[in-house]
Structures are given as C-alpha cells and as structure tokens.
Design a protein around this ligand. Sequence first.
Ligand SMILES: NC(=O)c1ccc[n+]([C@@H]2O[C@H](COP(=O)([O-])OP(=O)(O)OC[C@H]3O[C@@H](n4cnc5c(N)ncnc54)[C@H](O)[C@@H]3O)[C@@H](O)[C@H]2O)c1
Length: 318
Amino acid sequence: MRVLLTGSSGWLGRFMAPMLRRAGHQVIGLDVAPGADTQVLGSVADRALVDRVFAEHGIEAVIHAGGLHKPDIVRYPAQTFIDVNVTGTLNLLECAAAAGHDRFVFTSTTSLMISQAIRDEGGDSAVWLDETSGPLAPRNIYGVTKLAAEGLCRIAHAEHGLATVVLRTSRFFPEDDDTHATPSGENLKANELLHRRLTVEDAARAHLRALERAPAIGHGVFVVSAPTPFSPADAAALKADAPGVIARLFPDAAALYAARGWTLPATIGRVYDAGLADRVLGFRCRTDFAVVLDALRTGDPLPFVHDPDYLPTKERGG
Ligand SMILES: NC(=O)c1ccc[n+]([C@@H]2O[C@H](COP(=O)([O-])OP(=O)(O)OC[C@H]3O[C@@H](n4cnc5c(N)ncnc54)[C@H](O)[C@@H]3O)[C@@H](O)[C@H]2O)c1
C-alpha cells in the first residue's frame, strides 16, 4: 500500500519507515523536520498541504505518528498543540475518509490515562491501567489533545466507516526522563520495562500490526507496552514492597542488578496492562523485563536504546 507516515523524521518514524518498506509498503513521509524518510516537508495542520499530498501521492492508508508530545509542552503554546494534534488529526481523517480509505492508525499515549492524582501515586496500591480505565482526566495539554484526537478517530469510524486503530503507546523515548533523575539512564529504562515502557522497535511493530488488522477491527483503542509480569493481585504489594514482588517473579534479578550497580524500584505506583492488544490485535512486545535480565546474565548488549543527548530534529536548528 502507499502509506502516508506522519512524523517520519521522528524517533518512532525513523524505525517505522524501513519496517513498512520491508513489509512491502511504499512510504510517503510527512514531517515539519527533514529526515531520510521524509518526502514532504510541512505540517499536518496545513489542510491545503494535506489535500495536496493525498492527491499527488495516491495515498491508500495513513499512520499518523507525527505531532507534539510531552517534551514539547515547554517549547510550544497550548494553541499549537490544538492546531497540530487535534486539527492535524482531523485533516488527515477527513482526507482519508474522502479518499475512501479502509484503515487509519493513530499513535496515542498512555499519558492521557494519567490524572494528577494517579501521577501523585498517593494511594496504598499501584493503579492498574488498561483501556477500561476512567473517567479520564489527562493532566496536561498533551494528554488533552491526544484524547481529543482519539475521539476524532472514534467518530470517523462511526460517521464514515473508516477503520481507526488507536495505539495508546507507553514510553519509548531514548533520552533521560525529564522528571526522574534517580536512578538514571539505562537502569530506569530497564525498571520501566516492568510496567510502563516498550522499545521503539516494538512500538513500530505494533503500528504495522495495527495497519494489517484495522479493517477487521473497525475501531479499537489499545494500550501498547511491554507485557507486565505483574497481575492486579500484586497491586498493594507493588506499592509497599516492589523488590519483594520482583524477587518472587525473578529470583536472580536483585543479584544481576547489584552486579551492574543498578537498583530495583522500591515502589511501583502504576502498571499498564497491554493484554487487550495481545488478545484482539494479536500484538505482543518482543522485549520485556525478562529479556533485560537475559542480557544482564549473558553480557549481551541491553535490548533498548539509551541516548541521553537525543534531541528531535525539529529542535536542532540550523
Ligand atoms: N516518545 C515516547 O515515549 C512516546 C510515548 C507515547 C506516545 N508517543 C507518541 O509517538 C509519536 C511519535 O513520537 P516520537 O517519540 O517519535 O517523537 P518525535 O518528536 O521524535 O517525533 C514526532 C515527529 O512529529 C513531527 N511533527 C511535529 N509537528 C508536526 C506537524 N505539525 N506536522 C507534521 N509532523 C510534525 C516532528 O518533527 C517529529 O519528527 C507521537 O505522536 C507521540 O505523541 C511517544
């Protein structure tokens, strides 16, 4: 298929474009920043440009991964989030529906399930989060605009029959966390694969699977994250004594971590459950916490990218 990939110069886009090509698709990349896989430089918020891209490139399906995300909150005003994430998504959906497409994949975020109360982690138990969680009260303009865009995907299916698959993706960024300094770097990423992270390669694979399955699904919202080893029955223990729960599931984790000078999380306050994607989308991340432990055991390279200096192309200037 001729697939329009928005955000093709981004972190996810640069993994997704070659994967799409390997799967036999032709990729037309659209991004505000240049990149190896970006043929069209411009904004999804520019309706005339989006119309032109559809007409000139004979687009047959859209993967909409481009937009502003959490690190952009300090860089752009709220109105720009609305223009890019909401109006931009509407532009693409309307063009896809008008062109008679049968599938549209939208990159959303687990962040929109995190209210201020969940973020504060004040309760006695870890909060279990899946597609049934709600009422949703996203705590910032990023989450608010992504939730609005999800709603646009839902009504595009209801009103036009366009199959829309929304992937509520957990974190896969390569840089350090902007709010947690300890533990830093690779240690934090390894810990997060227990409950709130996936690799960028798995995120890209999830989109390919969604593209394939969308017509059979109609409209669907899926949490996409590395499969958690925990169950809802662990929620209280995770909050009080996460290392105890981890020791029960992975008896050598503490020793493997100690050998590397790493620390396990003392407490875990939220868990993303990607079970629905496994059951309905037929997608399961390949890399999880057990794969990290295997790498620690064998001395193989860690199965995820850590790049503290990563800066999106659009912010590099010059
Ligand atoms: N990185 C994460 O951990 C994470 C987690 C959950 C969801 N997501 C979502 O995944 C998607 C990809 O994120 P990423 O990590 O690759 O971020 P990124 O910033 O590296 O990539 C996003 C791309 O979108 C482009 N873009 C921005 N405004 C645009 C516009 N108006 N028109 C066209 N393109 C525009 C940017 O230039 C960038 O190349 C985003 O939708 C993001 O919200 C990311």
